[in-house]
Design a protein around this ligand. Structure first.
Ligand code: AMP
Length: 299
């Protein structure tokens, strides 16, 4: 594995591989790797000839007063993990390289970005959409791997790739959980033991919703309100939202049909956590997807 900081070096490396008929896979991240990140890297490793993992704590997706300064970082640990996962290029650009003085362009995806996380983090998805578009432009035609843990982000990225005709195939990957059920997140590092136990109410509420869906419940408001009530009953957890939305448009729905997501966000201690349950209802039946349990963890 090589580590590159220069945008031009990454572009040349990707161009060389494509010129000789190879496929490029990109895994955009903010680092402090866990098994969620590693599962994306492994999926890319199977499908692509050159696997590029970007590590960039993107300042433009953090709002004022959010955790940009304290965001967990471990460059050496990340390099070791990426190497072990078979990554070819670790792309770690500096902030000045990504946002030179004078940059005036942002990418804004209408509607999808104003709900859910966008309601409490109004500038977040402009930051995400802009940095992802820049990464796609640097890397060029590729498969781009994103986790379904960030369901709204995945919908936003799919939309912008379609709207801007970008030569990128977006691949959504399973949500990975810790053994106790908590969705893996770099921000779980902020939780103490008591907060972590309290945070498990999120996955309990989603499991409860999955059972209700399998028992025949299709009323989105009933499912949403059950989740709100369960999470609201945990005093150490401050619910931001629990909404049932269309997976593609992120618009609220009243009946579960097609591809839907029960998305939740809550603040526990210093951590803002998100989680979701994917629900797919077709004429042939119903499927719910809470993701998978991680095989191994950071030592
Ligand atoms: P982050 O470093 O948190 O910005 O995440 C980088 C990528 O890893 C995004 O595509 C996330 O959706 C994905 N990711 C983060 N946590 C998980 C998880 N628990 N399961 C699956 N993918 C994840």
């Amino acid at each position: 594995m090589i580590t590159l900081h220069d945008l031009g070096d990454v572009r040349r490396c990707c161009d060389d591989v494509r010129r000789s008929g190879g496929r490029v896979g990109l895994v955009p991240t903010m680092g402090f790797f866990h098994e969620g990140h590693r599962s994306l890297m492994r999926t890319a490793r199977v499908a692509d000839d050159l696997v590029v993992v970007s590590v960039f704590v993107n300042p433009t997706q953090f709002g004022p007063g959010e955790d940009l300064g304290g965001y967990p970082r471990d460059p050496d640990g990340d390099a070791a993990m990426a190497d072990a996962a078979g990554v070819d290029v670790l792309f770690a650009p500096g902030v000045e390289a990504m946002y030179p003085d004078g940059a005036r362009t942002t990418v804004h995806v209408e509607r999808l970005t104003s709900r859910l996380c966008g309601a409490s983090r109004p500038t977040h998805f402009d930051g995400v959409a802009t940095v992802v578009t820049k990464l796609f432009s640097i890397v060029g035609p590729c498969h781009a791997y994103f986790g379904r843990k960030d369901a709204q982000q995945l919908a936003v990225v799919r939309r912008l790739v379609d709207d801007l005709n970008l030569p990128v195939e977006v691949v959504g990957c399973p949500l990975v959980r810790d053994a106790d059920g908590l969705a893996l997140s770099s921000r779980n590092a902020y939780l103490d033991e008591t907060e972590r136990r309290a945070a498990l109410v999120l996955v309990r509420a989603l499991r409860d919703a999955a059972h209700a869906v399998h028992a025949g419940e299709r009323d989105a408001l009933v499912l949403r309100d059950r989740a709100r009530a369960m999470i609201g009953a945990e005093p150490a957890v401050r619910l931001d939202y629990a909404e049932l939305v269309d997976a593609r448009t992120v618009e609220p729905i009243t009946r579960v049909d097609g591809a839907a997501v029960l998305a939740v966000a809550a603040v526990v201690g210093r951590a803002r956590l998100i989680d979701n349950l994917a629900i797919t209802v077709t004429p042939s039946g119903v499927e719910t997807d809470l993701g998978a349990v991680a095989e191994e963890q950071r030592a």
